[in-house]
Design a protein around this ligand. Structure first.
Ligand code: TXA
Ligand code: MG
Length: 350
């Protein structure tokens, strides 16, 4: 299939491109577009044939449900059974924005979209291109991250092109995304509400609005037989680079010393080595391909670059990746959740 690729300047949105994308979505096609978190691969979430195409294009397991993206509250009331007081407070505080809320689904939402569940995940993105495409088409757009299943999520159109060109109808290039990791998922069908995936909106931010919030323990621990995450997608190996990634926690100087030693050893053995540093430590590393992922004083830069850095190591055929830990304030939980999964939970204290 030929994939149409169009660029949009987000300060001057070209309505012709929005119309083209909307037409394709209404006809049951697949369109990738930017959101504020990561690029999404959209299809009509109320059309089972269209939804099913997403699973084929991504190679996604069919029990892994999709998030419906909406632009108006009117669309929300089409797809959910009811909006509780807690859900209402969350919507008023965080939508549009990087928060996905789990509701009981209405009858029109097909099981192809919810992976067989009676609940549905819904989010109103805060990105002018995403919102315009959804509004213009009036489609409730099912959109997972626009990567091949298991690969790092796309934060630029070139990542989508790498993974999905010739498999989907259209890609809208709206530049680099702002946040860089996927939305926080909170389930309000249980009391107290439960975080199923950490993201930009932290537990503390949610608790300020609705009081106590619990966290699905399966999202911080290595997965085991007993511990099944409640968001089906969280059980799959994810975000993984091709090389072996290990994370090192501890005092900064100890971590730097340890990584330097390991990087040198592996290089001497003939391996290609990558090091994930920060602006603060970049100059302290002397072996391997050293990349600064961002600045510890602005943790948003770390989230923004995370997936792009993991992909860049794949491009260069890196076989061993050594990474610092990031227990930063608001985004630390989300960053470490994604990194730990990418590392297959290889986290060492030095
Ligand atoms: O930021 C985001 O959320 C991005 C952008 C494109 O909006 N989307 C995204 O979608 O990350 P995806 O499909 O990569 O991740 C959706 C996650 C999966 O872990 C899935 O299992 C979970 O949401 N999920 C969806 N519906 C659910 C439901 N009804 N109950 C529990 N978990 C659900
Ligand atoms: Mg994903």
């Amino acid at each position: 299939m030929d994939t149409i690729i169009r660029s949009i300047d987000i300060k001057k949105i070209d309505v012709n491109v929005i119309e083209e994308a909307s037409r394709l979505l209404k006809q049951g096609g697949l369109v990738a577009f930017p959101t504020e978190t990561v690029y999404g691969l959209g299809a009509d979430g109320l059309n089972p044939q269209a939804s099913s195409k997403i699973y084929v294009a991504k190679g996604r397991p069919s029990d892994n449900p999709l998030i419906l993206h909406i632009a108006t509250e009117e669309q929300l009331y089409r797809v959910v059974e009811n909006v509780s007081d807690i859900a209402r407070k969350l919507i008023d505080s965080f939508w549009p924005g990087p928060l996905t809320i789990i509701f009981n689904k209405s009858d029109i939402v097909p099981y192809e979209t919810t992976g067989g569940l009676d609940t549905v995940a819904v989010r109103m993105p805060e990105h002018p291109i995403a919102i315009e495409v959804i509004r213009q088409s009036d489609v409730c757009v099912a959109a997972p991250s626009a990567n091949v299943s298991g690969r790092p999520s796309p934060t630029e159109a070139k990542h989508v092109i790498e993974d999905l060109a010739s498999k989907i109808d259209m890609i809208i290039d709206g530049g680099k995304v702002g946040i860089g990791i996927e939305s926080t998922i909170v389930d309000v069908t249980v009391t107290p509400p439960m975080i199923l995936r950490p993201g930009y909106i932290s537990k503390e931010m949610l608790e300020e609005v609705v009081g106590e919030v619990q966290v699905d323990s399966a999202i911080i621990e290595p997965l085991s037989q007993e511990l099944k995450p409640k968001a089906p997608g969280m059980k799959y190996k994810h975000y993984a680079p091709k090389g072996s990634l290990t994370i090192y926690e501890g005092k900064q100087e100890d971590v730097v010393g340890h990584i330097n030693q390991l990087a040198k050893e592996k290089e001497q053995q003939g391996y290609k080595v990558g090091v994930i540093a920060t602006d603060e430590t970049y100059d302290l590393y002397h072996a391997g391909q050293v990349v600064s992922i961002g600045n510890r004083k602005d943790e948003r830069t770390i989230a923004q670059n995370l997936y792009g850095v993991l992909r860049s190591f794949d491009e260069n055929g890196i076989e061993y990746i050594f990474c610092e830990a990031f227990n930063t304030e608001q985004l630390g939980v989300a960053i470490m959740n994604r990194l730990s999964k990418a590392a297959g939970y290889k986290i060492k204290n030095v």
